[in-house]
Design a protein around this ligand. Structure first.
Ligand code: GRG
Length: 308
């Protein structure tokens, strides 16, 4: 495949997965009760739908679907696992936007959920999305082997929790000086937890669902780590030089908070060079898959060069 064909194929596949994920989330967040549920309060459901439907690149579900495709995992199962992961991603954005965290007014070009509603509703909508993710990821349709479902669920919990995203957020706030003096920040480790862990999970999810041999699991793990860091550096670069219209939120938030980022540590040129090195690492990791790794190779490029 030429690079241009791979890029076009990538764009089509990303759009298709975004549409499929949107439709699936719409079903999962319908008003219909699941067994053992007593009621789905309208205000809660409206808030969960507001923050999870109509927007977002759906990059994490895409990576779950494409890492799964490498092993021939049924698309429907991968989409369901991707929807669970997207629920966690959307919850993190809702909570991150709250006054007690980043206090943001805009997200994906619209008022943030707590601005649209109120803080309590936004907290509960985030809690609802986090909990729903674990309802979804344990469903029988994910995999007929309960051990595979358990491994996937545990991996998701570790990516989202103390040693992953939540822990990374805590380190981030401490580095901003929220709890007293600014604590020293190891940017690479912080971001590996805060942003990288969910992206890495998306990449190893296919290997878990496909019961991949260790070498192939490790290849996706290495690829996921490189992609996660490239994603965050791109995010830091966008905060310095991005277009607010494309971003759907103002740029310059990191500088306003005096945050230590890859750009403050490496400078713009150094950050760009690091992204190039990470893309080379991602390509090298995928070499074990031959042509079957083409879409994931294109995904790493997309992540590094994105404008939003
Ligand atoms: C509050 C528990 C808790 C965690 C928050 C990941 C995180 C931790 C907060 C997200 C805040 C943020 C803007 C981080 C920068 C990287 C990032 C996750 C950007 C948004 O992800 P995209 O670009 O968003 O995939 P879309 O809108 O496309 O889904």
């Amino acid at each position: 495949m030429t690079p241009a064909t791979a890029a076009a194929d990538f764009a089509k596949r990303l759009d298709q997965t975004a549409a499929d994920t949107e439709a699936l989330l719409g079903q999962l967040l319908s008003d219909a009760l699941l067994p053992d549920e007593i009621a789905r309060p309208k205000r809660l459901m409206d808030a969960m739908r507001y923050s999870s439907l109509s927007g977002g690149k759906r990059l994490r579900p895409f990576l779950v679907v494409e890492s799964s495709a490498v092993f021939g995992v049924p698309r429907e199962a991968a989409l369901l696992a991707g929807a669970a992961l997207e629920c966690i991603h959307c919850y993190s954005l809702v909570h991150d936007d709250l006054p007690a965290m980043d206090n943001s007014d805009l997200r994906r070009g619209r008022p943030t959920l707590h601005r649209k509603t109120d803080d309590a509703t936004a907290i509960l909508a985030g809690d609802g999305l986090l909990t729903l993710a674990f309802d979804i990821i344990t469903r029988d349709e994910i995999h007929r082997d309960a051990t595979v479902r358990l491994l996937l669920t545990r991996a998701l919990a570790r990516a989202a929790g103390i040693g992953g995203m939540v822990g990374g957020q805590m380190l981030d706030l401490a580095g901003e000086g929220r709890f007293g003096d600014r604590e020293p920040v190891d940017v690479a480790r912080l971001q590996q937890m805060k942003t990288g862990a969910l992206l890495r999970f998306a990449c190893i999810a296919g290997a878990i669902l496909g019961k991949a041999p260790q070498a192939e699991y490790q290849a996706l793990d290495d690829y996921g780590r490189a992609l996660g860091e490239a994603f965050q550096i791109a995010d830091d670069l966008l905060d310095v030089e991005g277009d607010p219209a494309a971003l759907g939120k103002p740029a310059g938030a990191d500088a306003a908070l005096g945050k230590t980022t890859f750009v403050t540590q490496l400078g713009v040129a150094g950050a760009r060079k690091r992204v190039r090195d990470l893309l080379a690492n991602a390509d090298a990791a995928l070499s074990i898959f031959g042509d079957k790794g083409d879409v994931l190779r294109a995904a790493a490029r997309f992540v590094a060069e994105r404008k939003s």
